[in-house]
Design a protein around this ligand. Structure first.
Ligand SMILES: N[C@@H](CCC(=O)N[C@@H](CS)C(=O)NCC(=O)O)C(=O)O
Length: 305
């Protein structure tokens, strides 16, 4: 079954997913999503999740790049995106760079580019945080503060290449590589390129070039209408066997799942499966029929309805 990625070009998390699809050498349907709300087709597919990227296999919808990586490794095991020998370090590095470093770079690069991007982006992102739209002066002040964070974090990130090998942890690119790559890629995603900050780190820049050379596989442009029609015609996969975890509600419970830290609609439906990493929520929609939306457990809050 052909994977379909819902994404937009300057999204770093989408770049992570595109590079993972490239690592697998896949041909994939490429659906362009708006970078700001409203996103009626994406939200119809996910049942409320508005973030990007989202990966679709038929009537199964995978939200968040960590959930996407796990599913890609299940469906297309070789080459793996994660190395069991380094799983703990991969998780720690992913959480660190996609937290502290990512937000430093995002606030700095988007502040520097405040006047080069659509003003609707600033309004949308402030609303996503439950805040009023920022003034240009505020964006500049936030950018400057965050450059301090970036400069303090980069030496430790560069230290990941000090061993002189091609990839950060093992003999092949893994979750740590994809996480650091898309975070640093964001330095160059806007019109004013901020990647000069990497100049003191030649080994890191050489590693970035190796990561970029992985490419994106073969994206095939697809309309949102085509992707939704594929979901409507497909039947979701049977849920995988569920681990026993008495902290989770029983299967069949109506639940709502929402990303932490954002003002956004939850995904609502029936809990039909979970493992230690992800939850599976069954939904019924008049247009799409039955779908199953998959989300991570970490970074999301699941509540019983
Ligand atoms: N933890 C998520 C983060 C996704 C994320 O924050 N994506 C950004 C774009 S890079 C986003 O969706 N921003 C708001 C939007 O596009 O509506 C993941 O790993 O996929």
């Amino acid at each position: 079954m052909t994977p379909i990625l819902h994404h937009y070009d300057f999204s770093p998390f989408a770049e992570k997913a595109r590079t993972m699809l490239g690592r697998k050498g896949l041909r994939w349907g490429s659906v362009e999503v708006s970078s700001v709300m409203p996103k009626p087709d994406l939200v119809a597919l996910t049942g409320g999740y508005r973030h990007v990227p989202v990966l679709q296999f038929g009537a199964d919808v995978y939200c968040d790049t960590r959930c996407i990586a796990r599913e890609l490794d299940r469906r297309v095991p070789a080459p793996p995106l994660s190395d069991p020998a380094h799983a703990a370090l991969e998780t720690a590095i992913e959480a660190w760079v996609e937290g502290e470093l990512f937000w430093g770079i995002a606030r700095w690069a988007s502040g520097v580019n405040a006047a080069t991007v659509d003003p609707a982006l600033h309004v949308d992102r402030a609303r996503l945080r439950g805040k009023a739209p920022p003034s240009p002066e505020r964006l500049q002040a936030v950018a400057r503060r965050n450059l301090r964070t970036v400069r303090a974090a980069l030496p430790a990130v560069a230290g990941l290449t000090a061993h002189g090998r091609d990839w950060l942890l093992g003999d092949a690119p893994g979750r740590a590589d994809f996480a650091v790559f898309h975070t640093l890629w964001f330095l160059s995603a806007f019109r004013i390129d901020c990647s000069a900050e990497l100049e003191p780190y030649p080994a890191l820049r050489a590693w970035m070039a190796r990561m970029a050379a992985i490419g994106h596989g073969t994206p095939v442009p697809m309309s949102a209408a085509e992707a939704l029609a594929i979901a409507a015609q497909a039947v979701p996969d049977a849920p995988r066997p569920t681990v026993v975890d008495d902290a989770m509600p029983p299967l069949g419970t109506p639940v709502a799942v929402r990303p932490d830290g954002y003002v956004t609609d939850p995904v609502e439906g029936l809990l039909v499966g979970y493992d230690v990493d992800d939850v599976a929520i069954a939904r019924h929609d008049a247009r799409l029929g039955d779908t199953v939306v998959h989300l991570p457990r970490l970074g999301y809050t699941l509540s019983e309805r």
